[in-house]
Write a protein that binds this ligand. Structure first.
Ligand code: 9MR
Length: 597
């Protein structure tokens, strides 16, 4: 049986309260609103960065402001005191929230924020480099998700495990059959990362994940050149972020049919496997139906990879050319098959065995076309791609998700904007203006009781809401780079604070980090390895009032608090590659800013 956590006694009382409430399932059962709670970034604040904390129900409604004290933990000295900036009602839970800003205090150390009634926060770390351990760990998470790889104790520590799913004998599912590769024929597509808590591999979700990691590298190559994650490839002359990307890139290349350039939508067992270690699962694996979305996402990733790996041709001869060719062939296939949507229900009416794993089905492909055309244009300079992209770039910028990838195109365009002149420059500056309107609109939403960008709208709290927070953070980072207006950098930090504990649940949502973090993620290895602590560095899905898993134990239907740390709660407590990637970007981008001399 896994133990929950080890905590300061004050916090324990509070959490105990939440745990008790966790056993209730009715909408009215909110976290105990009579007790004040101080929500902080549990990993740490940069001494030269913004420092915001939120007190929930710290003062009666009649009190205009709340007095707070910052106390150094060892000497028990009060080093700073102040009053709350403002108070707001959390529009979801109805709780009153006081916003405390102690940015002015800039000495490193360990502190607690305390209220006059003696309620104190868990320890607050102020440091010059608060994310020194978190930053590599959220990237290392991908090593732990590797398919077909033995995780050696030297790299994986206590989470070492045998290889699972060699994927050297993968069946062509009837939905994917072609003349050269008929039903039941066998292909090899080893490697890649497991998508999430399950053991399947999906091209569409790999698409946004790979792009976000490649964006991180392209935006700050010098930073990544020196960041090591202690994986088997470390020290081979390629930065570890790209070593990790290569693990999935090689698998993706094998998902392209060499005879026609089409790309299989996924490599999957017929249904979700049981909760067992990867090596214990021997169910047959299939590549399933080619789709236009998979081909276009693949084309975009391969085009970007061709650009990035061109600089490593001495180590990886031919790889860049192979990626570009693969991208172009997938694009050609998509032109010939522009409307092949992945519809699992229809597929199962026509073919056997039925496939019931993740669908990643998407009916709207304009954004995928725009993204693939953009990356192909940036990597080849061919005018045809630019024209196609321009024709589609009327789509207003949005916060990226696996099903809406238009802004991945815009991120790349912004990265290389200085290389364009004339009419192209006019077009790009219009796009940039629209993008800043998106960033500003995210800052204006009313429900921001935690002073975070996240939570401004009820629709932020979807399946994978924590990735919404992380991707909003990316929007803010790009807005900061385009304008150098510090409000955007502060906004990016607000969402990192959200993910690290400044939220209505009180959880730091990354396994292995913070004072209170998920112990029971919906992640098969973490639940089956017999190790108490879950695999570290993984971002869980986050609050999701739709609760599609019907798992008992959600404390509330209130959107921002609808989270429970239970293995069954896959709609809020699973982990996924496309959720960790924007976290990798956000944590490391902020870290680089704070370390800048
Ligand atoms: O992240 C996906 C989310 O947007 C969808 O609403 C949900 C239901 O279709 O699926 C999520 O993706 C899951 C995928 O289908 C299978 N692997 C686990 C993924 C994360 O829960």
């Amino acid at each position: 049986m896994k133990k929950h956590f080890i905590l300061h006694p004050l916090w324990c009382c509070l959490i105990w309260g939440i745990c008790l409430l966790g056993k209730m399932s009715h909408a009215a059962s909110l976290p105990d609103s009579s007790q004040p709670r101080i929500c902080i970034n549990q990993v740490g604040y940069a001494v030269n960065g913004p420092k915001i904390a939120v007190v929930i129900n710290g003062a009666p409604a009649s009190t205009p402001s709340l007095q707070v004290y910052l106390i150094e933990v060892h000497r028990q000295d009060t080093v700073w005191k102040g009053v709350s900036l403002k108070s707001m009602f959390d529009g979801y839970t109805g709780n009153r929230c006081e916003i405390i800003d102690f940015t002015a205090y800039r000495k490193k150390g360990i502190y607690r924020l305390c209220l006059p009634n003696g309620t104190c926060s868990v320890p607050i770390i102020l440091s010059e480099d608060p994310y020194a351990s978190l930053a590599p760990s959220v990237l290392k998470a991908y090593y732990f998700l590797r398919c077909s790889e033995t995780l050696q104790p030297a790299y994986a520590g206590k989470w070492a495990r045998a290889a699972g799913h060699p994927d050297t004998l993968v069946y062509i599912h009837p939905s994917a059959a072609s003349a050269h590769r008929p039903t039941g024929s066998i292909i090899s597509a080893p490697g890649g990362w497991y998508d999430a808590g399950d053991y399947n591999k999906y091209v569409v979700n790999s698409g946004i994940t790979m792009a976000t990691l490649l964006d991180a590298y392209e935006d700050a190559p010098a930073y990544w050149d020196s960041l090591q994650t202690h994986i088997p490839e470390t020290g081979n002359g390629i930065p570890d972020i790209l070593n990790e990307v290569l693990w999935n890139l090689r698998w993706m290349l094998a998902m392209q049919d060499p005879y026609d350039g089409g790309v299989y939508h996924k490599l999957s067992s017929a249904s979700f496997d049981g909760f067992e270690m990867p090596a214990a699962d021997h169910s047959p694996r299939f590549v399933v139906q080619k789709s236009t979305a998979a081909a276009l996402d693949f084309a975009a990733v391969m085009a970007q990879a061709a650009r990035v790996f061109r600089a490593f041709a001495h180590r990886l001869p031919g790889l860049s050319d192979s990626c570009l060719l693969a991208a172009q062939r997938a694009w050609q296939w998509a032109l010939q098959h522009p409307h092949i949507v992945y519809d699992q229900q229809k597929l199962n009416q026509a073919f056997h065995p039925p496939i019931t794993t993740g669908a990643y089905g998407d009916n709207h492909l304009q954004d995928e076309w725009c993204w693939a055309a953009t990356e192909l244009w940036l990597s080849t300079g061919e005018a045809g791609y630019w024209q196609k992209m321009q024709a589609l770039a009327f789509l207003p910028p949005s916060v990226p998700t696996w099903s809406d990838v238009r802004t991945l195109a815009y991120f790349s365009l912004f990265r290389f904007r200085s290389q364009r002149a004339g009419e192209d420059a006019v077009f790009l500056s219009r796009l940039q203006k629209q993008f800043l309107q998106l960033a500003d609109s995210l800052l204006q939403h009313p429900f921001r009781a935690f002073a975070t960008v996240m939570g401004g709208r009820q629709s932020d709290f979807v399946w994978g809401s924590n990735a919404v927070a992380a991707n909003q953070g990316l929007v803010m980072i790009y807005a900061w780079r385009l304008t150098h207006n510090p409000k955007y950098l502060q906004a990016a930090q607000s969402n990192l604070d959200y993910l690290l504990g400044r939220n209505a649940t009180g959880y730091c949502f990354i396994t292995g980090f913070g004072t209170l973090s998920p112990m029971h993620p919906h992640h098969r290895p973490s639940a089956s390895d017999g190790i108490e602590a879950p695999v570290p560095g993984l971002l869980v899905g986050g609050p999701n009032p739709a609760m599609q898993d019907h798992c008992a134990g959600y404390p509330t239907h209130a959107a921002d608090a609808a989270y429970v740390d239970e293995t069954c709660a896959y709609a809020c407590n699973e982990i996924a590659i496309n959720w960790n990637a924007p976290l990798v970007y956000l944590v490391n981008a902020l870290r680089a800013e704070y370390l800048r001399p």
